[in-house]
Design a protein around this ligand. Structure first.
Ligand code: PXP
Length: 237
């Protein structure tokens, strides 16, 4: 059974909408852990659009399970990660204009630059995972540059418009998991997973952890809204 890593970026996004202090992603992380999440994920973007430096330092101190810092290989971000020393770092591609991470790292193409970041982080004792598309060439390249873990991008499976397309994408993911396990890599998966599409991915044997953010925080609005309104109504009365 895979573990669950919860991404708390969206809590910080809501905080940033008002520029204040709530909702606090660090408090959210603690609630997630109490509810059973196996790790906490936060993406420190180059533009700090949601999670900021103070958040990642607070998460490093307060997370009791495992703090997984999502990050690009931008030299400034790598320096922050080297000082912070989270338990795990997941390398992702990052474009300023994107709404969310749009695809996997091109490890085949940028092996030199990515390999340097992997070495620098590993020297600090940080476990390194690389977010890649379900592609055997990319998996082989990850193995070559010495990272121990991959996170397979499930976005195309999740966004498939037809059952046939979802089946095709699922097969690619399944093949990639088997291939990576055969090379001795730890295999995580994530992006776009929700309360409907997660079961099939969770059922793939050998997957270590699923990283999920948007669907959980979206669901939390509705599972929590009734209680929040009742509490305010009591105060207003
Ligand atoms: N994994 C990675 C590498 C991501 O970049 C993201 C999005 O921040 C996720 C998982 C979680 O994706 P979602 O928010 O769609 O569940």
């Amino acid at each position: 059974m895979p573990g669950l890593g919860v991404n708390v970026d969206h809590v910080a996004t809501l905080r940033q909408a008002r520029g204040g202090i709530e909702p606090d992603p660090v408090w959210a992380a603690s609630v997630c852990e109490q509810a059973g999440s196996d790790s906490i994920v936060a993406h420190l973007r180059e533009d700090r659009r949601h999670v900021n430096d103070a958040d990642v330092w607070a998460l490093k101190k307060s997370v009791k399970t495992r703090f997984n810092l999502e990050m690009s290989i931008n030299p400034g971000i790598v320096e922050v990660a080297k000082r912070l020393r989270p338990r795990q770092a997941t390398l992702v591609p990052e474009r300023r204009e994107e709404l969310t991470t749009e695809g996997g790292m091109s490890v085949v193409k940028y092996a030199g630059r990515i390999g340097k970041a992997v070495d620098a982080l590993k020297r600090k004792g940080i476990e390194v995972s690389i977010f890649i598309d379900p592609d055997e060439r990319e998996i082989g390249a990850v193995k070559k540059i010495g990272a121990d873990t991959i996170e397979i991008h499930t976005g195309r499976y999740c966004l498939a418009g037809t059952k046939a397309a979802a089946d095709r994408e699922f097969k690619k993911i399944k093949r990639s998991v088997d291939y990576a396990l055969g090379l001795g890599l730890v295999v995580n998966a994530g992006h776009g997973l929700d309360y409907v599409n997660v079961k099939r991915i969770a059922g793939i044997e050998g997957v270590n952890e699923l990283n999920i953010g948007h669907s959980i925080i979206s669901r939390a609005v509705f599972t929590g809204l009734r209680a929040a309104v009742r509490e305010m109504k009591r105060l207003v009365k």
